[in-house]
Design a protein around this ligand. Structure first.
Ligand code: FCB
Length: 475
């Protein structure tokens, strides 16, 4: 089967600042929570840090040339807040703005549309020291930071994403602590979630003020596809709870101007939500020109069985503190079937289900896949090539699943593959490879994997090649 996605469909790839840039002390950049966290023994596998990463900061023009050779129509990158404001407030650093301004110019010169994310997890450490996302002030500072970036790049960048995966920032950062800053404070995590929603709203105003109707405002969520293990009431309720604290906690304040009543009830023993001030939900209720969807895998949950050992294979790393605030009785079942190197199950039908579900809930809302891809333990063959058929199959099947959702009516505008190149995979350091371009971390050499050639063929035709098409990968 060869599906045609049409000429307007935006094909691209994604990265994030801390994961690829390196040069963490250059250009006056301040420290972020990930610099501090990765330098703390035991937090990141083998003590890896983003100090060098893929050295993109120094190799940016060559990397953009590579994107052009791949035929990308769009490139999603993030701006490192501490490059713009080293301590999270005050005037913008010229060197920081200049780096992103040059990146944007290179992209436009190569015919590639920039898709800018303002926050992909690098909070200035000084703001964490002042309370971090559980503190309201951080949201206000984010609005100011957004205005500085809009002011500098809004003449050339039209696609603005405020936050990447605020669920991870709030609940992995402040509840389970497997991500920076590594705190384990359930009430603080809920306050962080609200302040991230508020930050989205304030940054959204900056985008609308700066660009008016020219701008496309977006928010990227890692929406969880949570299936109940059975139709028993307890299992259905487990799925409802996780949907509330993973998905609706962000969707509803932004798209409906409310918090879900069931979420407030589920978490009443943890917090009284008094951090939500009068008028906040008017600020968060920005609407969106396009919702960014990150999807990798699905999950199965059930009500924990009293007296039985409880599995918590939620795919977000081991911690004695749960990210699932207000859901102590929910169990995540072990994953089955083929797994990626992250231990995540491969479930393209979850992608279709997610997109069709969003379309039914918000029929007018355009959608964009802002991340999808897979980590596998790639090896360099004696011929110097990286043959990664499992990644090709994964991307093929998920793009097909996007096509299925479009046939069912979902308004999907594009697909941005995670990731353009291997990079620093957070708590797993350089031990997980998501790129279609391989990075040799000794030499920093870039090598096209077979998946890169395959993706180039997909982009150039707008049709889905077979995962084993012999004509796609050159000899
Ligand atoms: C997402 C992150 C991204 C990358 C992928 C694998 O949660 O947004 O930075 O790490 O997972």
């Amino acid at each position: 089967m060869s599906r045609d996605f049409g000429s307007d469909f935006l094909w691209g790839a994604a990265t994030a600042a801390y994961q690829i840039e390196g040069a963490t002390t250059e250009g006056g950049r301040g420290a972020s929570i990930w610099d501090t966290f990765s330098a703390t023994p035991g937090k990141v596998l083998d003590g890896h840090t983003g100090a060098v990463a893929a050295d993109h900061y120094h190799r940016m023009p060559a990397d953009v040339a590579l994107m052009r050779d791949l035929g990308l129509a769009a490139y999603r990158f993030s701006v490192a807040w501490p490059r713009i404001q080293p301590t999270g407030s005050g005037p913008a650093l010229a060197a920081g703005l200049d780096f992103y301004s040059r990146l944007v110019d290179e992209l436009l010169g190569a015919g590639i549309e920039p898709v800018l994310t303002l926050y992909h997890w690098d909070l200035p450490q000084a703001l964490e020291d002042a309370g971090g996302w559980p503190a309201r002030d951080t949201a206000l500072r984010f609005g100011e930071y957004a205005a500085l970036v809009v002011d500098a790049l809004g003449d050339r960048v039209l696609r603005w994403t405020t936050l990447n995966e605020p669920w991870c920032s709030a609940f992995l950062g402040y509840a389970s602590g497997v991500h920076a800053p590594g705190r384990t404070e359930p009430a603080g995590a809920l306050a962080a979630a609200h302040h991230l929603n508020l930050a989205h709203g304030l940054a959204g105003r900056a985008v609308r003020d700066g660009l008016g109707d020219r701008g496309l405002l977006s928010l990227t969520l890692n929406l969880h596809v949570v299936r109940p293990a059975s139709q028993a009431p307890g299992d259905l309720d487990a799925a409802r709870r996780i949907d509330a604290v993973a998905n609706r906690i962000f969707l509803e304040p932004v798209l409906d101007g409310t918090y879900p009543a069931d979420l407030l009830a589920d978490t009443a023993a943890v917090t009284d939500w008094s951090f939500v001030h009068d008028g906040d939900l008017e600020v968060t209720h920005t609407g969106l020109d396009v919702l960014g969807v990150n999807y990798y895998s699905s999950q199965e949950v059930r009500a924990a069985r009293p007296g039985e050992p409880r599995s918590m294979d939620d795919g977000h790393g081991a911690s004695t503190s749960s990210p699932w605030v207000g859901s102590p009785d929910v169990e995540f079942l072990p994953r089955s079937g083929p797994l990626t190197a992250m231990g995540w199950n491969i479930d393209p039908s979850g992608m279709t289900e997610l997109l069709v579900g969003l379309h039914h809930r918000y029929p007018e809302l355009p959608l964009m896949i802002t991340e999808n891809g897979a980590a596998f333990d790639d090896e360099v063959s004696p011929d110097g090539r990286v043959h990664d058929p499992r990644r090709i199959a994964y991307v093929h099947d998920h793009v097909a699943a996007v096509g299925d959702a479009m046939e069912a009516g979902a308004d999907v505008r594009g697909y941005l593959l995670w990731s353009l190149m291997d990079n620093f995979e957070w708590a797993y350091g350089y031990h997980r490879r998501f790129g279609i371009i391989r990075i040799d971390y000794d030499t920093l050499e870039r090598t096209w994997k077979d998946s890169a050639y395959w993706y180039r063929a997909l982009i150039s035709t707008g049709r889905l090649p077979s995962p084993t098409d012999p004509g796609v990968v050159p000899d």
